[in-house]
Design a protein around this ligand. Structure first.
Ligand code: PEP
Ligand code: MN
Length: 349
């Protein structure tokens, strides 16, 4: 729909689709997008012409993929997602390269502040840290919940880094939005459709990790579609590895580097890589981080802990602070080769 089209005009389009026997999906915040659902191939041309002739319709786009709003057909230019408050926000996508760094879990105020300061000083753009942890065993550390979120918000104020943190329960979305600048949907929840719909209603950007029961690229983009269809257009994808074919002692997951250029061709959404969960081994994090930049990732998520051997979760894949600093020193040259610049925290208008 054209900018400024009225509710009545939107209603006309929906009514016309209904009369023709199609479903419809109305979405978008600043600009309304009406999806026509169930259009048969033989009717496509006629419908394009009919709807395109309406004065309040901006354009009619045929999308043949199952995911629509997430597709390149729907939007050709890359989406740039703004995260954080004006003045201390960052942009993800376009030519900038973001680095989200921090511990797997918020373990204490001291641990988070020490890590936040170190990653900021090393040039990270955002702070990560889990307050709700999806653990395989109910006896493992589950995270500090809202208390952890408070610590994250304090670190954001102190160090000026926007915060990304996981939300697991649809009932917590509103509360987590009060503390976080970006909501992480963890790999285990990629196909948790209730949760996807709930974050689709939020107006906080979402980091959608690849995973779920069937972690195909198509299902990943369909998961993004749930969020976009709810009107939340700020979705960033995150490749975080798939279960390996064996050798689980050598690597916990296999980072799917091929997925990055594939997804960039299929979708306009930014995509970052998480070589920490993507490998499960700290020695593999830096090589795979570099490779991710080379294949076109818009950024990285890296787990960092001041004392990885004492971490309450994911110590084996966490970089200590010197190792993170070494990685950060190597990135600007790699970024430059790819025609990108390192995003700084607080540089966005
Ligand atoms: C995490 O980021 O700590 C996490 C649990 O990630 P994933 O959902 O990718 O396993
Ligand atoms: Mn982790």
């Amino acid at each position: 729909m054209k900018h400024g089209s009225s509710e009545e005009e939107k209603g006309h389009v929906v009514d016309r689709l209904t009369a023709l026997g199609y479903g419809s999906n109305v979405s978008g915040v600043e600009q309304t997008v009406i999806g026509a659902i169930g259009v048969l191939d033989r009717d496509r041309e006629g419908l394009l012409e009919q709807l395109g002739a309406l004065p309040y319709v901006e354009r009619v786009v045929p999308v043949l993929k199952r995911y629509k709003l997430a597709s390149r057909e729907f939007r050709a230019e890359p989406t740039v997602v703004k995260v954080g408050k004006a003045g201390q926000g960052v942009t993800i996508g376009g030519d900038s390269l973001v680095v989200m760094a921090g511990p797997c879990s918020v373990e204490s105020r001291e641990q988070l502040m020490e890590t936040a300061q170190a990653v900021r000083d090393a040039g990270a753009t955002m702070l990560r840290g889990g307050a709700y942890k999806p653990r395989t065993s109910p006896y493992e550390f589950q995270g500090y919940g809202e208390e952890g979120l408070e610590i994250l918000a304090e670190a954001r104020e102190r160090f000026g880094l926007p915060v990304v943190t996981e939300v697991m329960d649809p009932h917590d979305v509103e509360m987590v939005c009060r503390y976080a600048d970006m909501l992480q949907i963890g790999a285990r929840n990629m196909q948790n459709y209730t949760l996807l719909r709930e974050v689709g209603r939020a107006r906080t950007p979402v980091l959608l990790k690849r995973g779920g029961m069937y972690p195909t690229i198509e299902n990943w983009l369909l998961a993004a579609e749930y969020i976009l269809a709810g009107g939340n257009t700020d979705v960033v994808l995150c490749e975080r590895g798939l279960p390996p074919y064996g050798d689980t002692n050598l690597r916990r997951n296999v980072l799917d580097l091929t997925a990055i250029p594939i997804v960039k061709e299929l979708s306009h959404l930014p995509v970052i890589a998480d070589p920490s969960h993507g490998t499960g081994k700290s020695a593999l994090v830096s090589p795979l981080a570099r490779a991710s930049i080379t294949v076109g990732a818009d950024g990285l998520m890296i787990e960092v802990h001041p004392q990885p051997e004492r971490a309450l979760s994911d110590g084996a894949q966490s970089l200590d602070i010197p190792a993170f600093e070494r990685l950060m020193r190597a990135l600007p040259a790699l970024a430059a080769v790819e025609g990108r610049r390192m995003a700084g925290a607080g540089v966005m208008a």
